[in-house]
Each structure stands twice: as structure tokens, then as C-alpha cells.
Design a protein around this ligand. Structure first.
Ligand SMILES: [Zn+2]
Length: 458
């Protein structure tokens, strides 16, 4: 009986450790590779994320696509069987893989059956160390990357970009403020030497984190030590400084989107203030509040927009907060007025205490079920790597709890005391304008025809 009791207790503790998603065993191999290993709740499966600390932000405008191109090349094959042969080997192991290049990192994302986890890690290691960057493979990868980035870069698109009209609203503002490159980077001039240099200078164990969540192999630590421990570390590189606001931008601009249509989008963007001693979650809560306020005002009260939303995003080195709405182009002025009134009222009265308390509680409760399953957990760790310390990730629920109404009001005032930047995306002509234009053209044609007949009769 006592034995059974002990076993139950042990099981419960193990279960609690597995369930506490913020507690993760992490350690570094002697070569600097950071490992995060977490037994997951789903059996038979392991989610693997290899995060390499190199992304678009590490390169100047002309070379921005280098890490992305290298990421594609690493799937081009390790022997004569090429890309197809590599894929066949992964199929035989029952896994799936992909990779993503972002501003800050390049990440290899793998889902694997638990029983083949070490073999799949072997394959990952092989593509990192044994891929030969042949001119042929480079040419093919360039075509793929070019297609992914929206096909051949036409003269018209290049011209639109140089007038910074071709980007989405927030990107257009970022270009105007000097936070982003005006033109899309061209992959064609990139050379094999440059790609080799990226691999040599950034793909090193002391610039990587390996995250594994799921039914982890008993022998995994010994295996990792032997296999991944053999990678050679490098002298770490400095990341390029992220651009800060360098130029002024227009307070308001219209951005043409297509030729004809009645839909339009309104974006009102504000640089985020730096909050002294308050957690970043203060702005997350403010975002929840504004999502609700926009929905109430624009959809429920005025019926102007079906799905208005607020958004937080980082452009270059600056955080932006935006209020956005999809509206009919005839309703643009009215929607804009509603937004201005909302802003003025919030500045005057502050946040409604009851609504704030309700949304704060909802955000805290949401944390209990926000991340489900091995893969979501692995993705969560990938996104929160900056918060990892001493075997723990920071618990967002704790930070959310510490935000007071006064903190949120202060952040709100700092955010909205700025005029912000208004960007309106709409097609060149509305449907009615097109009909008007068509009628005018038909009229001109008729007058011309009548004149010609009169001329002929004479
Ligand atoms: Zn790609």
C-alpha cells in the first residue's frame, strides 16, 4: 500500500513538472549549443526546432535575402540523389520538415515520430554540415526565393516601391521613416562566396538553440553531446544595429490599391512609448481594450466596419501600435471621425475600470489554455527564447496580473498624446466613379460620331 502511495505521489509530481510549461530543462554543450528539452504530454511524437541566430536584420538592404537563400539551399541535397533523395530519406523516417527565415532568426521546424528522433536529428545535422553549395543548386534556389517574394521584380513594381506606394500601410510608413529598405532585395547578384560566408560565420553551435518537446528518448542527452557536440564554435558576430526613426513622414497619405473597388482600409499608426518599469504586457492589455472599443464603436454602434482591429508590430527597431478598420470608401470620413472621437474620449476620461478589469481577467485566464500540445509548446519556446533564464520561461499571466489600471492609463496617454500617422488604402476608382467615367467616355464617343457624320454629309 505504501509503495502504491509513493508511486502515485511520484507520478503526480512528474505530471506537474510536465504540465508546468514554463519549467524547462536547459543546458549548454561545451561548444555553446543551447539545448531546451521538455517532456511533452503527447506520446509517440517529438517537436524539434533548431533556431539559428541569423535573419534578414543582419544584412544591409542589397544582401537581405542571403540567409533566406541559404535556408533554401540547405534542403538542396547532401549527395548525388539531390533534393528528391533527401526528401525520400525524411519520408522513410516518417517525419516532416520545413524552415523559416525571419528578421531575427532562421529556424528549422521538424515534426518527428518519437522512435526516429535521433535518426532525424542525424539528418538535420547532415544538411547543416554536408550540403554542397553548387552553382546549379544556387541558381534553382534563387528562382524559388524570387517566386516566394512575389515573382519577377517588374519595372512597375520597382518604381512603385521607390515611390513607397507598393507596400502595405505599415511597411510604407516604415520606408518613409527610414526603418525599412525601400526596394525588395534582389537575389540574382548574390554569390556562392557570400553564402559560404553566412554559413561559416553564423551557422555555429554557439549561435544556435535546439528545442525538443515530446516523448524524449532516454539516450537523447548522450546522443546530443556526441553528435551536436562535435560542431565547431566560432567567434560570435555582432548583429547589425536596428534602424531608428531617421526621417519625417507625412501625417496622412492615401495609398492606391488596385484599380477599381468600393472597399478601403484605414490605418492609424503610433510609435509605442517606452514604458518605465512596466511590463510589455501593459501594451498587450491596452491592445485588448482597444480591440473591444473598436468593435463596440465601429461595428456595434455605427455599423461602419465588420472586423476592426488593433495591432502591435515591430518595424526596424521601433514598436508600432495601430488602429485599423476595413470600411466602404464612402464611409471613410465617418469612420475617421469615430476614431478621432474615441481617441479624444479615452484621453479625457481614461479607460473604463470595469471593462479593463474584465479584459485583464480574460487575458490571464486565456494563458491557462493558450498553448496546447508538443508542437505549440515548441513554437512557444521559440518565440519566447529571450525570456528564458535559469530553467524557466517568464509566465505572462504573472506579468499580466501586475498591470494596474493606472499603469494602463499612463501608457494610453503616452501613446495617444502623439498625432500618429494616418494611412488610407483604397483602389484608384470607386465603382460609381468607374460608371461615371464610362458614361463620360461613351458621351464623348457619341459626340465624335455625330460630328463625323455631319462632316461627311457636307
Ligand atoms: Zn522561403
Amino acid at each position: 500500500m505504501r509503495c502504491l502511495l509513493f508511486a502515485c505521489l511520484l507520478l503526480n509530481t512528474l505530471h506537474a513538472v510536465a504540465l508546468d510549461r514554463f519549467q524547462v530543462e536547459g543546458y549548454q554543450l561545451p561548444n555553446g549549443l543551447q539545448l531546451l528539452l521538455k517532456p511533452g504530454s503527447e506520446r509517440g511524437h517529438v517537436a524539434i526546432r533548431l533556431v539559428v541566430g541569423v535573419g534578414f536584420d543582419d544584412f544591409p538592404c542589397a544582401d537581405k535575402e542571403l540567409p533566406h537563400l541559404l535556408e533554401h539551399l540547405l534542403f538542396s541535397g547532401v549527395d548525388a540523389s539531390g533534393e528528391g533523395g533527401l526528401e525520400e530519406r525524411m519520408q522513410a523516417l516518417g517525419g516532416e520538415w520545413n524552415a523559416y527565415t525571419s528578421n531575427a532568426d532562421t529556424t528549422f521546424v521538424i515534426e518527428a515520430p518519437a522512435k526516429n528522433q535521433r535518426k532525424i536529428l542525424d539528418l538535420l545535422l547532415e544538411i547543416l554540415t554536408h550540403t554542397e553549395l553548387s552553382e546549379n543548386a544556387i541558381a534553382t534556389a534563387k528562382q524559388v526565393v524570387e517566386r516566394e517574394e512575389g515573382g519577377h521584380y517588374s519595372h512597375l513594381q520597382r518604381w512603385l516601391d521607390s515611390q513607397d506606394l507598393g507596400h502595405g500601410a505599415s511597411n510604407q510608413l516604415a520606408v518613409e521613416l527610414g526603418l525599412k529598405c525601400a526596394q525588395r532585395a534582389d537575389v540574382r547578384p548574390l554569390t556562392r562566396e557570400q553564402l559560404e560566408a553566412v554559413r561559416k560565420n553564423w551557422y555555429a553551435p554557439n549561435n544556435m538553440t535546439l528545442i525538443m518537446v515530446g516523448e524524449l528518448d532516454r539516450l537523447l542527452p548522450a546522443y546530443l553531446d556526441r553528435a551536436f557536440g562535435a560542431l565547431q564554435p566560432i567567434e560570435p558576430n555582432d548583429h547589425l544595429a536596428l534602424p531608428d526613426i531617421r526621417r519625417q513622414a507625412a501625417a496622412q497619405r492615401d495609398l492606391p490599391r488596385g484599380w477599381v473597388g468600393n472597399g478601403a482600409k484605414l490605418h492609424w499608426l503610433f510609435p509605442e512609448p517606452t514604458l518605465d518599469g512596466q511590463p510589455d504586457e501593459t501594451l498587450d492589455l491596452l491592445k485588448d481594450y482597444l480591440d473591444w472599443a473598436l468593435y463596440q464603436q465601429l461595428r456595434l454602434t455605427h455599423g461602419l466596419s465588420y472586423g476592426p482591429w488593433s495591432e502591435r508590430e515591430v518595424l526596424g527597431g521601433v514598436g508600432f501600435f495601430s488602429l485599423n478598420a476595413d470600411v466602404e470608401r464612402d464611409n471613410l470620413d465617418e469612420a475617421r471621425q469615430v476614431l478621432e472621437q474615441l481617441k479624444a474620449r479615452l484621453l479625457k476620461d481614461g479607460l473604463d475600470p470595469d471593462t479593463f478589469a474584465r479584459l485583464q481577467q480574460a487575458a490571464i485566464a486565456h494563458q491557462a489554455w493558450a498553448v496546447q500540445g508538443n508542437s505549440a509548446l515548441a513554437d512557444y519556446y521559440w518565440g519566447a527564447l529571450g525570456d528564458y533564464e535559469d530553467g524557466h520561461f517568464a509566465d505572462p499571466a504573472e506579468a499580466l496580473r501586475t498591470v494596474t489600471l493606472a499603469d494602463a492609463n499612463q501608457a494610453l496617454r503616452q501613446l495617444f498624446k502623439q498625432p500618429g500617422y494616418l494611412r488610407i488604402e483604397k483602389p484608384l476608382l470607386g465603382d460609381e466613379q468607374l460608371i461615371g467615367l464610362g458614361a463620360a467616355l461613351a458621351g464623348l464617343l457619341l459626340i465624335g460620331l455625330l460630328g463625323w457624320r455631319r462632316y461627311r454629309r457636307r
